[in-house]
Write a protein that binds this ligand. Structure first.
Ligand SMILES: Cc1cc2nc3c(=O)[nH]c(=O)nc-3n(C[C@H](O)[C@H](O)[C@H](O)COP(=O)(O)O)c2cc1C
Length: 250
């Protein structure tokens, strides 16, 4: 097994996989790592749908056009989940407050599911697997995905995670320097200096995109990300949440 340092500092997203099956004991370790993730109040407001059915993977690929969904060996779908507590509370005659009607309820489930996914990413990496988070499973056609996965009310997809034996070893992507991420004791106020550092980072990413191994692009960081935001503003996630029983009022 890789060290924690290797697992965290050498991780890259892997989107091409060998056909081999992930060993049962590796999946067991990933399950255990996910189960031991810290969650808000230990409420464990998440579930994971583990997809090994090739036909279902192909259907999800058809919706998202993300090839890694059909070539990965396992696809874990991390969901925010208040259905389980609802079932238990109803059985015990406990009145369950309308947590799904609040933004904090939405955020709480997203945090729990996201941290659980990160546990899986690190555990998978430690075992030599490749992984790729797939947000398109949440965004492109949430109603269809909810139908395919039979999601009950109180449950929605936060993110998918494709897993497999790596068939590629992409270069590490340059990330923002420490001074742009870690601020000491308070938020930085030197926005002009910060902007200069952001410009430097933008140039670093542009150079990386131009020279990296595999497919290269002329993309800079800022235009590329803003282009993504432009697409993302069209997603109708609030409608999706409402359909899943989240009548958000505040
Ligand atoms: C929440 C989330 C959603 C993502 N969705 C996708 C996706 O739909 N398709 C994809 O190819 N990569 C996706 N990624 C992977 C990112 O593109 C990738 O993490 C980022 O470019 C940094 O590269 P690295 O993981 O190699 O460091 C996603 C990552 C996260 C955290």
């Amino acid at each position: 097994m890789k060290t924690v340092k290797e697992s965290l500092l050498e991780r890259t997203s892997v989107r091409r996989y060998e056909r081999e099956v992930i060993p049962r004991e590796t999946m067991d370790f990933i399950y255990d790592a996910v189960r031991n993730t810290p969650t808000s109040y230990n409420g464990q407001q998440y579930s994971v749908i583990d997809i090994s059915d090739q036909a279902l993977k192909e259907e999800l690929y058809a919706l998202t056009n993300q090839k890694q969904l059909k070539t990965c060996n396992r696809l874990l779908i991390f969901c925010s989940d208040f259905n389980k507590m609802q079932l238990l509370a109803a059985k015990k005659g406990v009145d369950m407050p309308a947590i799904t009607n609040t933004m904090d309820g939405v955020i709480l489930g997203i945090i729990d599911a996201s941290l659980a996914m990160m546990s899986a990413v690190v555990a998978a990496q430690a075992c030599g697997l490749g992984s790729n988070c797939v947000g398109y499973l949440r965004t492109v056609d949430p109603a269809k995905v909810a139908e395919l996965l039979h999601l009950p009310k109180g449950v929605f997809v936060v993110c998918g995670l494709a897993l497999g034996i790596p068939r590629e070893h992409p270069d590490l992507k340059p990330k923002q320097p420490k001074d742009l991420i870690f601020f000491q004791n308070r938020y930085r106020e030197d926005s002009e200096a910060m902007t200069e550092e952001l410009l430097d980072y933008d140039a670093t990413v542009t150079e990386y995109n131009r020279t990296r191994s595999g497919s290269t692009t002329e993309n800079d960081w800022c235009a590329h990300i803003c282009d993504y935001y432009a697409h993302a503003t069209a997603y109708r996630i609030l409608d999706y949440l409402k359909a899943q029983g989240y009548e958000i009022t505040h």
